[in-house]
Design a protein around this ligand. Structure first.
Ligand code: PHE
Length: 451
């Protein structure tokens, strides 16, 4: 017998859970350094315009597919058109690849929170601290398992009692902490210069690659093209306004990314005496540079603890959405029950995450197309598979299913104000841009070009 599909209790629950998925490590460390690298204000502006057009259209499409079919990615595409089930399968592979390595980094964040909570922020400011930690064997795996375990417990409790409840606590705390830290950081003596560096448009740095970088970030940040929004959409009640929910999720996601820039850029700027290089990309910014910055500030240990708590909440709500997507696919496809599916996915992820963890230490010599395990999984999922799935989704919605089928779903609660823009983007603009992103990111990942 079919059991009734779970759902979020209402709009707030849905928006907070989806925003929880969107707001993650990408907002907090990736967005600020991209903004710094690509001309500050001009990057912000490009990003916002893309979010309101592309991001809006793609997110609306995914949520509508989920709600229309009431199924997670694999089942949803099959239900709409059997010939296109492959998009669902491809989309399902992505969270399975991301979840393990994302949780390895989640483990690092958990460890840093523990370090600051036990008052050892000063030790974390040492140059060798991060390298020694991630280069180890047992400790990073242990923290990874703790993070993964916490994710699994929430997913085990289900949509309303697990995900919604946790999001309703974590997301407001995250907003408050972001505001406090951003204000504190932007008001430090000498920080104003950094704030200006962040928000003033530097037109000389604007080029087509700015648009591509902003777009790549947008996809990742809004958790698009990996079945997550389809799955969450399938838990959305029919009487909830889809269009305004998408707007709210976008405001949340972009707002936190903007605040993250305010937290990080001015502080690093002051600390490094205006050296832009200090905003270098990669985990180094969050785990090496920031601890030094905190160490140099009054009250730095408390600030560090608040910061890593914020990052932990952001990462947890994202990993929860990844795990829920995988778990729900197994439940839908094989009719497994939630507990069995959770245990299976947990063990599977631990196994798959171990190479990503060891790749920073004893397995550092093992390279796949020149990358360590973690970078390889990141490259495969974000630079290759995500654009492919996004492209196929647009072609499917634009030309096979037709946008009108999804517009109908959005209009269950009243007129869809931006429906013309929605159809136009999905049919014409998005596919072209997505192909460009795919081309550039693959070439960049393989080291052929430097974007
Ligand atoms: N959107 C999240 C972020 O910005 C990342 C994420 C990617 C979350 C994939 C879930 C899945 O960090």
């Amino acid at each position: 017998m079919e059991t009734k599909r779970s759902s979020f209790s209402g709009k707030i629950g849905f928006v907070l859970a989806a925003a929880g998925s969107a707001v993650g490590l990408g907002n907090i460390w990736r967005f600020p350094y991209l903004a710094a690298q690509y001309g500050g204000g001009i990057f912000l502006l490009t990003y916002i315009i893309l979010a309101l057009t592309f991001g809006f259209a793609l997110m609306t499409a995914e949520i509508a597919i989920g709600r229309k079919t009431g199924l997670s990615a694999v089942g949803a595409f099959r239900a709409l058109d059997k010939r296109f089930s492959f998009i669902g399968y491809l989309g399902a592979i992505i969270p399975m690849i991301i979840l393990p390595y994302y949780s390895v980094i989640g483990g690092w964040v958990t460890k840093y929170l523990a370090v600051y909570l036990s008052g050892q922020g000063h030790a974390a400011a040492d140059d060798a601290f991060f390298g020694d930690f991630i280069g180890g064997v047992g400790e990073p795996i242990l923290w990874f398992a703790v993070f993964m375990g916490a994710t699994a417990i929430v997913v085990f409790f289900g949509v309303e009692k697990g995900i919604e409840k946790v999001s309703k606590v974590m997301m407001p705390v995250l907003v408050v902490l972001s505001l406090i830290i951003a204000v504190y950081s932007a008001c430090m003596p000498g920080a104003w210069e950094g704030v200006l560096y962040y928000i003033t448009p530097d037109f000389s740095k604007f080029s087509f690659t700015t648009v591509l970088a902003a777009m790549g970030q947008l996809f990742y940040s809004m958790s698009l093209a990996m079945g997550i929004m389809i799955t969450y959409g399938s838990y959305m009640k029919k009487d909830v306004n889809l269009e305004s929910s998408v707007k709210q999720i976008e405001i949340f996601d972009t707002g936190i990314a903007f605040l993250a820039g305010l937290m990080i850029i001015p502080a690093v700027f002051v600390f490094s005496g205006g050296n832009e290089e200090a905003l270098g990309k990669g985990p180094g910014l969050m785990f090496v540079t920031l601890p030094k910055v905190f160490d140099s500030m009054p009250g730095g240990n408390i600030l560090g603890a608040a910061f890593f708590l914020l990052v932990l909440f952001a990462a947890l709500t994202s990993s929860i959405s990844l795990m829920e997507t995988v778990v729900s696919i197994f439940c839908d496809k094989f009719k497994w029950n939630r507990s069995f599916s959770c245990i299976f996915v947990f063990l599977f992820c631990i196994l798959l995450g171990i190479p990503s963890s060891l790749g920073n230490g004893i397995w550092a010599d093992i390279k796949i197309i020149g990358m360590d395990f973690l970078s390889f999984f990141d490259f495969l999922s974000n630079s290759v598979l995500m654009p492919i799935v996004a492209f196929c989704t647009c072609i499917f919605v634009g030309y096979v299913l037709k946008p009108s089928a999804l517009i109908e779903e959005v209009e269950l609660t009243g007129t869809f104000k931006k429906k013309k823009m929605f159809s136009f983007i999905i049919k014409y603009i998005a596919p072209i841009f997505i192909l460009l992103i795919l081309g550039f990111s693959v070439l960049e990942g393989m080291g052929v070009i430097k974007v």
